[in-house]
Ligand binder design. Structure first.
Ligand code: 0GY
Length: 336
């Protein structure tokens, strides 16, 4: 681990906010453990290990039901730790991978079977080396038929250059961390307003309302970031997602308290309707809906009946699940 690395909070507080049944932490990572899943040679940082056991214990402690685990740059294009975490999740985690165009169709299918539902394109210069756009376009074309989506991570000043590329992507596009606005400039700043206009123009673009700890100038409980999340949830209630960002890589001052981060939810989504609004009929995105049972809906529509027999679920009996899966698969054009 890097000498000045700040590891995750050892004993987060219990949040006051009670997440609805089925709530999903739609942005979190697993790191290592390094002896089993070495970090990538091209990485820009070496974190402390943050294995799936810790992540799933935190999920339960915070009152969430499921996770969407996002491949972080320290593991490069080796998604083994991510896939191992999903395999140990008892069906309660899905993944966003990072891939290169050398990946084979068979590997993509295996990833899909393992629970991968999207790829991440990372444009943050301090985290990754440049990948040519035509490579990303070819990857996008490969994953679109799998009904995956694309998660994009960038810094707000780079949006003007990136927006045409995002708009032309053939899948749903999910922006990490509200586009990382400069909170000091305020929600009305032209930079942030450009981001809002992009979501107005392109209905395939969603935003994660995540990472107050990363953007805040004043620190916990992140009053200065709340208006940014609230604006997005008010304007685009059917295209927002929430996540912890555990284990919070590259924090500069202190390890954030995940309980405090959860308690930001009712401040950015003050009404029950907003908290529940995250259920959306777009079944392609249902897997990563937050704070609602969207994940269950996704399981129903994405699961082949044959697969349902091999997985362990909580909830209805396996025959009920199989019948539901069959019924929904037969009417869902987005399903395979
Ligand atoms: C985050 C934050 C960061 C890192 C990564 O892929 C990554 O390495 O995601 C960061 O340092 O900003 O959680 O997205």
């Amino acid at each position: 681990m890097d000498a000045n690395w700040i590891c995750f909070h050892p004993s987060p507080s219990k949040p006051r906010f009670k997440a609805p049944a089925g709530a999903v932490d739609a942005h979190c990572h697993v790191f290592g453990p390094e002896h089993k899943f070495p970090y990538a040679p091209e990485r820009k940082y070496t974190p402390c290990d943050a294995p799936f056991e810790k992540l799933f214990a935190l999920r339960d402690y915070l009152g969430f039901d499921k996770n969407v685990i996002v491949q972080a740059s320290c593991h490069g294009k080796d998604n083994a730790a991510l896939i191992d975490a999903m395999a140990h999740s008892n069906g309660r985690a899905r993944g966003i991978a990072v891939i290169g165009e050398e990946v084979s169709d068979a590997e993509l299918k295996a990833m899909d079977r393992a629970g991968v539902r999207g790829v991440r394109f990372n444009f943050v210069k301090r985290l990754v080396d440049f990948t040519p756009r035509d490579v990303l376009e070819r990857i996008a074309a490969r994953i679109a038929p799998l009904n995956w989506h694309i998660v994009v991570y960038f810094e707000m000043p780079d949006l003007p250059e990136l927006e045409p590329f995002f708009a032309a992507l053939p899948t749903t596009v999910v922006v990490d961390h509200m586009g990382t606005p400069n909170v000091r400039k305020g929600v009305d700043d032209p930079e942030n307003q450009r981001f809002i206009r992009m979501l107005e123009r392109h209905r395939n673009i969603w935003s994660k309302v995540t990472c107050p700890e990363r953007m805040s100038i004043v620190g916990a409980p992140y009053d200065d970031v709340v208006p940014f999340g609230r604006l997005l949830i008010e304007r685009f209630p059917d295209r927002v997602l929430w996540g912890t960002d555990w284990p919070h890589p590259n924090m500069k001052k202190e390890a954030p308290d995940d309980g405090v981060i959860v308690d930001v939810i009712p401040r950015v989504a003050p009404t029950a309707a907003q908290q529940q609004a995250l259920e959306h009929p777009d079944r392609r995105l249902a897997p990563i809906r937050v704070l609602h049972a969207g994940y269950r809906r996704w399981e129903k529509i994405r699961w082949h009946a044959s697969r349902a027999t091999t997985m362990t679920f909580r909830g209805p009996s396996s025959s009920t699940r199989r019948n539901r899966a069959r019924a929904i698969i037969s009417t869902c054009s987005a399903c395979r």
